[in-house]
Each structure stands twice: as C-alpha cells, then as structure tokens.
Ligand binder design. Sequence first.
Ligand code: NAD
Length: 477
Amino acid sequence: MTALAHVIDGAAWEGDGPATQEVVDPSTEQVIAHARRGTAADVDRAVGAARRACADWGRRTPRDRADALLAIAAAVDEHAAELAELESRNTGKPAGLAADDVAATADTFRFMAGAVRAQVALAAGEYVEGSTSTILREPVGVVGAITPWNYPLLMAAWKLGPILAAGNTCVLKPSEQTPLTTLRLAELVADILPAGVLNVVTGDGSVVGAAIATHPDVDLVSVTGSVRAGQAVAAAAAATLKRVHLELGGKAPVLVFADADLDAVADGVVFAGFGNSGQDCGAACRVIVDAAVHDDLVARLVKRVEAMVVGAPTEGEDVEMGPLVSREHHTRVVAALEQAYADGARAAVGGKALDRPGFFVEPTVLVDIPAGAACTTEEIFGPVVTVETFTDEDAAVAAANATPYGLSASVWTESARRAAGLPSRLDFGTVWVNDHLAFATEMPWGGFKSSGYGRDLSAYALDDYSRTKHVMVKHHA
Ligand code: NAD
C-alpha cells in the first residue's frame, strides 16, 4: 500500500522522511491505508507555502473569499456519500452520524461565507475631536490547525471555515489516527483555493504538531484535543508569542431535577452520552439527579441502553453505536471502568469490552459511585455515563461546577425559574436546558477553565482568527 501524500502548495508532497503510519478501521482492526509521518522539514515547507499565499488571499474581498467557501461547501455536498463512507471507515462511527458530520461540514463553510460579508464593529467616527477613527479587520496570517480523531472532517471544517473566511492561510495537521477525510477534502478544494492557502501535513503530534507550535512564521496555532496537547502547544507557542486557540476536553454534567420529563432525559442521555461512542468533548457523561427520581431515571436509562444496537457501520442502518477509535483508547476506557469498580461503583448496564473484533466497549451506566471518584471527575471519552445524586439545588450546582473542565452542561427541568436562573450559575461555555449536544452553526462553541479558550462556530470564531487595527486620521488642528 503506498502511503498517502501530504498536500503542500497545491500539490501532493511525498515528504521529507520515509516513515509512515498505519491507518486502521477500528471496527475490523484492518489496516485500510498508510499515511506519511511528517517531519519538521515538511512543516517548514508547508509554512513557506502558506506564507507566500498570504498576501493574495488576505487581500481578496470578503465576497471573493465567500465565493470560494461556498464552492467548498458545494464540493463537500457533491461528495457527501464518499466522505461519509470514508469517515465511517476510519472512525467506526455509524453511517448516519458520519452523514450528519458531512452535512454540518458543508453548513460550516456556508455560514462562514455569509458571516464574513456581514461583520460588525464600532462605528467609524470622531472619538477624538478633529480625528476620524476606523477599525480595519485583518487576517492574522499563517494559522496552524491541529485536529482530533473524534470528528476529523467536522473539526477540520470548524477550523478552516473561519480561518479561510477571515483571510488567513493554513497548515493543518489531522490526528495521526484519522487523516483520510482531511486529505480527501484537501484534494477536493485544490481547484477552488489558490495553491498554498490550505496545506495538510500528516503525522505525530509530538513531531508535526510540535513543529507547527514552535515555527516562528506561524502566527496563531489552534488545537482541538486533549488538555495535555493544549498545554504542550500553549507552552511551545509562548516562545514565539504566537496566538493560541484551544478547544480541549470536557466532562459535561447533566443536572436532572425531580420535575423533569424523565423520558426526555433518558433519550437525551442515550443520544448525547453514547453517540459517537461517547467520544465527544461535550458528551452527556455525568448525570447528577435529584435523589427522589434516581431509581426511576436509572430504570429508564437501563431499558434504553439495553435496546441499543452496537456494531460496525457496515452492519446495517439501525446500528447506533460503533467502536472506540483505537486499541490504545480502548485500553484506556477499559482501565477507567476497572478503576471505577475498584472505587466501589457498579454497572447498572453494560460495563465491559465486547468480545469481538474491533475496539468495542458496551454502553455502560455506572451507579453507586462514591463521592469524588475519578469516573465522575476525569474525562473517560468512551460510552460510559455515571449517575450521582443531589438533595438540594445549591449542592447540585456546586457538584456540577466541581470539575476542572468548563465546556458544556445541561439542566433538565420544567421550572421556568430554574431554566432562567441556573445557566448563569454554571461555569460552562454552553448550557442547554432540556437538551444536550444540540448545535447551531450561528452560536459559539468553546470552553472555560481546563477546556481551553477561543470559540468555534459563529461570528466569534471569525474574531478569533482576525486582528483589529485602529486607523486614526487627524484632519483638524
Ligand atoms: P490528542 O490531544 O491526543 O490529539 C489531538 C491532536 O493534537 C492530534 O492531532 C495530535 O496529534 C495533536 N497533538 C498531541 N500532542 C501534541 C503536542 N505535544 N503538540 C502538538 N500537537 C499535539 O486528542 P485526541 O485524543 O485526538 O482527541 C480527544 C480529545 O479532544 C479529548 O480530550 C476531547 O475532549 C477533545 N476534544 C475537544 C473538542 C472541543 O471542541 N473542545 C472537540 C473534540 C475533541
């Protein structure tokens, strides 16, 4: 199998080093491709191409860039079935979920095409007598983007949409496990974007990612990934004082009050806790329920989880949950379950690895969890939902906030007072009421605390990938 090439300066680039990486179908454990393991020299070549492309791309009008983004969205739509199949094969996610990812990818490019033509800022005017001030919105320059394996194509789009719309050029490094759809996207846009505007270098975080974070000619580095990777990138970026945009982990609490519609909660937790096998930074993984309805909710959850269809994407359209992404991650999730049992927790349903090829773990609901157990505070990033109880509202809010993460949370209640009042007391970048993991491309996504800083989606992402310049013209003495 020949290794897939990087994409640099509008062309395939075989790479500076000989090393390659196996790309595996996690539902069969079969090797389906080989990708290049890039080097610092490959990154340097890509950054050079991106820098050369900056002047022209950055000076284009918003309308011209928007036209290119709309063409990218159309290309994604045209190849939707192929991209979804490739994503499914590389991640193991069910076909329907992969199709949703592809549709959201196209929508992201489409939204950013519109948003860049409708940006707002403080009005130009005489803020100092005799001088007129205006604000110019400029691209930052060359942006390094580093993406994870859970939504490979969609996370690439969440970065590329605003990065390109704002007039930057990009060097993108996909996860070493899931480079296929990103490389295919780069091929699809080759005739749409000028050479050098989008460059893709595949390879390891510690080599390619680190080279991007340290490169003196990269102006901003944007990472979606683990806290560990975010810390490494932010530390490396400090040496050249490049801007940093971080979307890191999460441990989303799901606060369930006694007046909630428990069927809706159970449906919501199954969708948002086990969708994508729980490999979602916003996953509904930590239920905190009023003790009065604990048993009732757990019974409903168990019933739904027992009915879930787990399997490879090729096993039919009714498959709801696939495998974990890799052997290594499977080992991590199984170890987290063993730790939970050692701490005293019990599985109300599921609880172990599936005995079949592929990196499958049963959808699992953990109960009887001692206070402060690691399974309720540390990100497991697998199909594991914990259930804790509370007896009063203040304690529920305190428990929800007692995590280093601050990405997302949900509140389930029929009370208008709680629906209006609790979100401002919860320290998370997104708070849903009576829903979980619902996204609107127009609305920002991003975290507080250890979940990072910077916003994806929405016009705020455009702000993050641009810089403001104040121009002041004195025309009266
Ligand atoms: P990861 O941190 O292992 O890898 C993410 C990316 O960072 C990969 O491309 C990897 O190669 C790169 N990387 C790793 N170490 C690096 C380093 N030292 N320097 C530069 N780059 C480095 O994460 P993952 O396992 O691929 O993804 C799962 C994590 O991503 C979870 O923690 C999850 O919560 C988080 N995530 C967050 C969001 C969000 O929007 N906040 C979305 C998806 C995933």
